[in-house]
Each structure stands twice: as structure tokens, then as C-alpha cells.
Design a protein around this ligand. Structure first.
Ligand code: FAD
Length: 413
């Protein structure tokens, strides 16, 4: 039986670990925290998954929350102009739900499931030095530690990395007590304020199995939304969140004025410099390990691609491991699998960049989305599978795309 070591029990590591155990591999998963510490700690992110990634979870039988909380099935996006006037409203049902489940609940449950299915879970905060011993014990060691840890092991790929600093400052929490007609636990609401940032209200299943909302902010550094830098506690995040909404979207203040965090720890704050790394980590001994998920491809969360990517990459790596049979997992195999995934992930990166800094021609696409339900549908499909909207990513091909859709270009807004 082939032995696989996985470092990091998050979205990518757990998906890969459970998939490989099911396929008959001997898998050891190293986590820096116990399941209970994850459940009772702070979330590291507030991710929403799209249908293709959700299907991969269903295929593994780890979609434990579908009946209790199918997710959101409506989308409502208000886009303002630089003068603060509402320019466009994009509103539609979604054909398939998008789902946000508190990662604390998800990872806690999946870690137990991994063990139940026969995996070995080791609680140990691993260091790059520990990997030397690890590589002796496994046919393959996969590093899935997310952003931050182990960054020195995987060199920055200067050609693929387009940013050297964060484009947004992030803050958000999981809340109940939002009020008003718009609060139906079905509708994902986004507000775009050009030059200021984006505000999201996302139906979310919180760790104590309560339907809640993730209220999140993506602030342009130094802009008027960027008020979270001094926040040190959930209570402070709550107060600043309400204040920012009152200032920037006073009409929504009634919705949030009585909201409360679902628990003291249910908040996040930070800033991400998007980065792509070399997928192969070289240890001093000359042994190699392979990085997956955020450890090697890290996005700003604005286009909600990171956890979707982590899932899809874990799935691809699992398939390629199985197909590789008893052959050695050498450098060319690792690079080949990464390159195959990059053929897909380059579009998730471009989509995210289009959200962070919309090119001029995206305005025509957004106008068309508001006018033509087919274009809005393509947008939803594009979130789910960004290569499907590759035509949007340069001015010439987007013109052709819009002509094909017989959309009215350049009017409205
Ligand atoms: C505010 C915010 C909102 C987001 N929203 C979205 C969204 O809407 N949609 C989306 O797709 N993505 C979103 N993301 C991104 C998404 O959460 C990540 O891309 C995804 O979780 C990455 O998965 P991963 O497995 O690579 O890392 P993680 O899920 O972070 O898992 C890494 C795991 O490794 C463990 N670990 C770390 N160091 C060690 C160590 N030394 N030894 C052992 N274990 C270790 C950690 O405890 C963790 O459990 C968001 C991120 C943020 C910050």
C-alpha cells in the first residue's frame, strides 16, 4: 500500500486525504491544531463554494450540510459610480446554490471523518525541518498548510505572480440578528463602491449549526472603508462594521444595527498579497515535497476562488496520484500535475485581478450583465469555472463576445 503524508488539515489537505484513504492509500495527515481547537478557535477565512467544487465534496460524501443549509440561491449586486450614485443592479436567481459553511465546523467534522475512514491524524505543528524525517516515511509528501506557513519552502514564481502588495484590506465576521426584507438566508448581496471597496452579505452556516450571515469588507488600502486596522476583538469588529455600513451605505444600517457575532471568535481581519509559488519544495537533503492550495497559489478572496481552487487542485492531485500507480513521484511528475492545474488556475487569477482592478472593457460587460440575463448567467458560470469566460479577459475578445450575445454595449450605467 502506498503511503502519502499530507501537512495541513484544511480545505485542500482534508479533501485530498479523505479521497486517497477512500482509494486505498495509507494517509497520514499532520495538523497543527486538534479538531476541537479548530472548532473553538478563530476561523481563518469565510469561504463560499461554487457548484463544481461542491460537487467534488458530494462525490466524496463529505457534503454533510446540504440538507440543513443548501446555501444561497439568489444574487443581488449593487454597483455604484465614483460619485456615489447607484449605477447598476445585477439581480437574479442562481441555477445551482452557492454554499458557505464555517470552516471551523467543516474541518472539525472532516478530520473526524478522515480518521473514521481509516486515515491517521497526527497533531503536530510541522516545520520545514520536520519534513526531512517525513519524506523518509512516505512515497509522497504533500504540503497543504495554507497561506503563511512554509512560504520559504516554495519560491515565488516571479513570472506568474503579478502583485507585490495587498490590493485590499480584509475584515469580516459571522453574524445573526440582521433584519429586514432582504434577509432571507438565501440571497448573496454585494455592494461595489469604486475606489473604496466592496461589502458582502453572504448566507453562511455557522459552526453551532445556526444560519447566519458573513458580513465582509474588502477595503482599498487607505480609503474610507479601511477602518479595521486597529480592531483587536470581535466586539470591535462588530462596532466598526456597523459604523462603516452606516457611513458608506446608510440605507443598509437598519439591516445590521442589531446584528451580533455568532461567537466571540467568529471574525477575521488581514490582507493578502496574491502570489504564485513554485510547486516543488527542495529540502536540504535534496528530497522534494509538493505544495497544493494556498501554499502555492494564493488569491485575494474578492472573486471567491481560493477554497474552490484548493478543492479542485486536491481532486486533480488525487486523480494523478492514483493514475501514477507504483511509479516514483519525481520532480517531473509534480511539475506536470501543477502545470496541468495552472492551465485552469491562470483564469481564476485573471478573474480575481479583473475584480480587484476592473479593466476599462469590463464596464461594458457589467452593463450587459444588468441588461441581458444570458450575460449574467455567464458571470455565475464564470465564478464557478473561470475558463468559461476567458473571452471577457481582453478588450478585443470581449467585444466579440458581447456582439455574439447581441448585448447593448455602452448604454446605461
Ligand atoms: C476573509 C476570507 C474570505 C475568503 N472567502 C473565500 C470564498 O468566498 N471562496 C473561496 O473559494 N475562498 C475564499 N477564501 C480563501 C480560502 O479560504 C482559502 O483559499 C482556502 O481555505 C485554502 O485552502 P488550503 O487548504 O490551501 O489552506 P487552509 O484551508 O488555510 O488550510 C491550511 C491548514 O493547515 C494548517 N497548518 C498551517 N500550518 C501548519 C503547520 N505548520 N503544521 C501543520 N498544519 C498546519 C492550518 O491550521 C489549516 O488548517 C477566503 C479567505 C479569506 C481570508
Amino acid at each position: 500500500m502506498r503511503r502519502i503524508g499530507i501537512i495541513g488539515a484544511g480545505q485542500a489537505g482534508l479533501h485530498l486525504g479523505i479521497g486517497l484513504v477512500d482509494a486505498g492509500y495509507a494517509v497520514t495527515l499532520y495538523s497543527d491544531r486538534t479538531p476541537e481547537a479548530i472548532l473553538n478557535g478563530k476561523p481563518m477565512a469565510l469561504p463560499l463554494l461554487f457548484p463544481n467544487a461542491l460537487q467534488l465534496e458530494r462525490d466524496l460524501g463529505i457534503n454533510f450540510w446540504d440538507n440543513e443549509f443548501p446555501g444561497c440561491d439568489r444574487f443581488h449586486n449593487e454597483i455604484y459610480d465614483p460619485e456615489g450614485n447607484l449605477a447598476l443592479t445585477l439581480s437574479s436567481d442562481l441555477e445551482q446554490p452557492w454554499q458557505g459553511v464555517d470552516q471551523r465546523l467543516k474541518f472539525f467534522t472532516w478530520m473526524q471523518e478522515f480518521v473514521k475512514r481509516g486515515g491517521e491524524l497526527v497533531i503536530q505543528a510541522m516545520t520545514p525541518q520536520d519534513l526531512e524525517e517525513c519524506v523518509q516515511n512516505y512515497d509522497l509528501v504533500v504540503v497543504a498548510v495554507g497561506r503563511g506557513s512554509f512560504s520559504t519552502l516554495f519560491a515565488r514564481d516571479a513570472e506568474k505572480s503579478k502583485h507585490d502588495q495587498p490590493k485590499r484590506h480584509l475584515a469580516g465576521g459571522l453574524f445573526t440578528g440582521l433584519k429586514g426584507e432582504a434577509i432571507d438566508y438565501r440571497t448573496f448581496r454585494v455592494t461595489n463602491l469604486p475606489g473604496i471597496g466592496e461589502m458582502m452579505q453572504v448566507p453562511f452556516y455557522a459552526k453551532d449549526k445556526i444560519p447566519a450571515y458573513a458580513v465582509a469588507f474588502e477595503a482599498h488600502p487607505g480609503g474610507v472603508m479601511d477602518q479595521f486596522s486597529q480592531v483587536q476583538s470581535g466586539q470591535e469588529l462588530l462596532e466598526v462594521s456597523k459604523k462603516v455600513i452606516q457611513q458608506l451605505k446608510p440605507g443598509d444600517y437598519e439591516i445590521v444595527k442589531d446584528m451580533q457575532l455568532v461567537d466571540d471568535q467568529a471574525w477575521v481581519k488581514g490582507a493578502i498579497t496574491p502570489i504564485v509559488r513554485q510547486p516543488i519544495g527542495h529540502l536540504p537533503s535534496g528530497a522534494i515535497v509538493m505544495g497544493i492550495g494556498d501554499a502555492v497559489i494564493l488569491h485575494d478572496p474578492l472573486a471567491a476562488q481560493g477554497a474552490n481552487n484548493a478543492t479542485k487542485m486536491a481532486h486533480l492531485v488525487k486523480q494523478r496520484i492514483i493514475e501514477h500507480g507504483n511509479q516514483r513521484f519525481d520532480e517531473s511528475w509534480m511539475q506536470g500535475v501543477f502545470d496541468e492545474f495552472w492551465n485552469y488556475a491562470q483564469y481564476t487569477q485573471t478573474l480575481t485581478d479583473c475584480f480587484l482592478n476592473p479593466p476599462e472593457h469590463m464596464r461594458d460587460i457589467m452593463v450587459a450583465m444588468a441588461q441581458n440575463p444570458e450575460v449574467l448567467k455567464d458571470h455565475f458560470n464564470g465564478m464557478n469555472h473561470p475558463p468559461s469566460i476567458a473571452a471577457w479577459f481582453d478588450a478585443e475578445s470581449s467585444k466579440k463576445y458581447l456582439a455574439q450575445k447581441k448585448a447593448c454595449v455602452g448604454v446605461g450605467g
